[in-house]
Design a protein around this ligand. Structure first.
Ligand SMILES: Cc1cc2nc3c(=O)[nH]c(=O)nc-3n(C[C@H](O)[C@H](O)[C@H](O)COP(=O)(O)OP(=O)(O)OC[C@H]3O[C@@H](n4cnc5c(N)ncnc54)[C@H](O)[C@@H]3O)c2cc1C
Ligand code: SF4
Ligand code: SF4
Length: 390
């Protein structure tokens, strides 16, 4: 089963089939070493095989998934808001969970301390450590590579991951009531895909900086969206706008599985945050001009909703209602992507590929919004599949 996922380029690099043994492959993505584990956990939950939101209780919006509330806002702590990717919704939530003793620890991604372009999984016990992990890192991450280790302890965790990581954990929670209690809060973000590490190395080449000289590398944060910043031990600092780093370099290197992802919006999470861009250019795409961060905060479960309500009551975040029908105007890419997924998946199946199954996403229904565009998307995906670009 896992070998099929790997051979069909459907691996997301989540790490669940590995015991903290993920390696960067030739294409620059994290993949399990040859010692990958084939057991009930990996075969039932691998997000290369199946992705399900397993949420039958929240109302289902065809574009935005199971959704209880939608708000736009930010952390009331200026340091969090400034350091975080958008408005600091995720970091503020994690810090609140630790402060209130609602969880013992947080599992999340941050920069590796000695190789700053690499990601590492951290089990954070303090709010200071959570804040250090704030900011989006547009490179491969395997937050679930640590899950097998923590299964044996008696701690309660909040986990932050890409939507595919969180769907795998949601499935794991459904297998055993003990796991359900253990991974109490699942938090995610809108995700356009994971770029290969080669993308980051291209940025460094543009900066003229040698990877070995780096002491810090941030993709964004320190403002909204914030600059991509590399700092060396000799005191050199180079920056690039988010528009340039993501828009002209990183998005050229997306992981194959991300190109057919029907869940870039974290449908399996309790809480999902995204950029709440507030202006569009003439083509209807958002402006990335620097300003104070604003997160879109979506709750999908009762536990997520009551946590956000608590944080509002305790003035940890400041929010305004944001109508679900308006999300498309600030996140047009995610809507179109979900709607075109059905045609892409069919194209790959006809080309003889084993593709991920998306359960409960109502893809055929949402494809209808795209009309004739489905045909172009089908042909494009079919061709890319034959030339192994997906
Ligand atoms: C690969 C990627 C693609 C994204 N695509 C979109 C998009 O299409 N649309 C959109 O609106 N937003 C996207 N985002 C999310 C957006 O950049 C912000 O993270 C989101 O607005 C939350 O902001 P925040 O201020 O609440 O987050 P913060 O408070 O800064 O917290 C960010 C959290 O994300 C975790 N994290 C960072 N990088 C990774 C990673 N590679 N893997 C797993 N966890 C990670 C950190 O550990 C931290 O907990 C993407 C993020 C990533 C990492
Ligand atoms: S998606 Fe995760 S569980 Fe599946 S093969 Fe890749 S690393 Fe393993
Ligand atoms: S685009 Fe989808 S498959 Fe790719 S990292 Fe994001 S959630 Fe996972």
């Amino acid at each position: 089963m896992i070998s099929k996922v790997l051979n069909n380029n459907m691996c997301t690099g989540c790490g669940l089939c590995s015991d903290d043994d993920m390696l960067i492959d030739k294409a620059g993505y994290l993949r399990p070493s040859n010692n990958y584990i084939v057991d009930e956990i990996s075969t039932e939950c691998c997000p290369g095989v199946i992705v399900s939101h397993l949420n039958e209780s929240a109302p289902y919006d065809l574009s935005w998934g199971p959704i209880i509330s939608s708000q736009r806002g930010f952390s009331t702590n200026n340091e969090i808001r400034e350091k975080a990717s958008s408005g600091g919704g995720i970091s503020a939530t994690l810090m609140y969970l630790l402060e209130q003793g609602k969880v013992d620890a947080v599992i999340q991604i941050g920069a590796n301390k000695t190789q700053p372009i690499m990601n590492e999984v951290y089990i954070n016990l303090t709010t200071a450590d959570v804040l250090n992990c704030s900011g989006s890192r547009y490179s491969p991450s395997s937050p679930l590579s640590i899950i097998r280790k923590v299964l044996k302890d008696d701690k309660i965790y909040a986990v932050v991951g890409k939507p595919c990581d969180i769907a795998a954990l949601r499935k794991l929670k459904s297998l055993n009531p003990a796991y359900d209690q253990k991974f109490k809060y699942l938090i995610s973000f809108f995700c356009a895909g994971i770029p290969s590490l080669i993308g980051t190395r291209d940025i460094l080449a543009k900066f003229g900086i040698n990877e070995r000289d780096l002491i810090e590398f941030r993709y964004r944060g320190d403002g909204w969206p914030g600059l991509t910043t590399a700092k060396t031990k000799e005191g050199i600092s180079q920056t690039m706008t988010y528009n340039e780093s993501w828009g002209t370099i990183l998005n050229k290197y997306l992981q194959p599985r991300c190109k057919i992802c029907a869940d870039g919006i974290g449908e399996a999470a309790d809480i999902v945050c995204a950029d709440a861009w507030d202006e569009s250019d003439v083509a209807g795409y958002p402006s990335f001009e620097e300003k104070d961060g604003q997160s879109l905060l979506i709750t999908r479960t009762d536990i997520g909703k009551s946590l956000i309500d608590d944080m509002i009551y305790n003035k940890k975040i400041s929010v305004k209602e944001f109508p679900i029908q308006k999300i498309s105007s600030i996140q047009p890419f995610q809507k179109e992507r979900k709607e075109l997924c059905f045609s892409r998946l069919i194209a790959l199946r006809i080309a003889g590929r084993n593709v991920t199954k998306f359960e409960g996403y109502r893809l055929l229904k949402s494809a209808k919004n795209q009309g004739m565009k489905n045909i172009r998307s089908f042909i494009g995906a079919f061709k890319r599949s034959l030339s192994n670009r997906i």
